[in-house]
Design a protein. Structure first.
Length: 185
């Protein structure tokens, strides 16, 4: 049974790495962010593109999330159930702390590196990306601390592997993660 869970701070490359591994190894990819977007649609929000979270509409939904933690609990339960399946790869912020299943990989990069990546990816100014990263880091740390008592981004003891991505190109991170997957298959 292959179950891989990838986590890390915002804009660290979770989705990129998880999708590449899913393609390479024929794994089914699940993403907590996509499940949250489905809930946003059900709540009357409209989203477009991967950078939706950082738009005014996405940030408004994030405010509603803070008021109603059930959104996150529903997503996390769905992902926890998914982690019991075979041949899946899941990108999620809190899931590694919530389940025993799977090989857990933490991707790490400095806030500056993540802001530069976000700036390029979302075609926004670096100053704006720095502020978004700061806010999202703070929000996620607070949210998962309040919901589950997780010290998100601090207590990494649940992870089997950590990959520092500051000095690596995307292809190198994929190769390192791929080596891990080959060893566990």
């Amino acid at each position: 049974m292959v179950v891989i869970i990838i986590s890390g701070m915002p804009a660290v490359g979770k989705t990129t790495i998880a999708r590449a591994l899913a393609r390479e190894y024929g794994l089914t990819y699940y993403c907590g962010g996509d499940a949250l977007k489905e809930i946003a649609l059900e709540q009357g929000f409209e989203y477009r593109g991967n950078d939706w979270w950082d738009t005014p509409e996405g940030m408004k939904f994030q405010e509603e999330r803070r008021i109603n933690p059930e959104f996150d609990r529903m997503v996390d339960k769905k992902l926890a159930d998914t982690s019991k399946r075979n041949n899946v790869i899941i990108s999620s912020y809190p899931l590694p702390w919530l389940v025993d299943e799977g090989v857990k990989i933490w991707l790490k990069a400095s806030p500056e590196t993540r802001a530069r990546r976000m700036s390029r990816r979302d075609r926004i100014g670096l100053k704006e990306a720095v502020e978004i990263i700061r806010k999202r880091d703070m929000d996620n740390t607070q949210l998962y601390g309040n919901l589950y008592g997780i010290r998100f981004g601090e207590d990494l003891s649940v992870f089997d592997f950590m990959i520092g991505t500051d000095k690596l190109r995307t292809e190198a991170v994929i190769e390192i993660a791929s080596t891990i997957v080959r060893q566990i298959r």
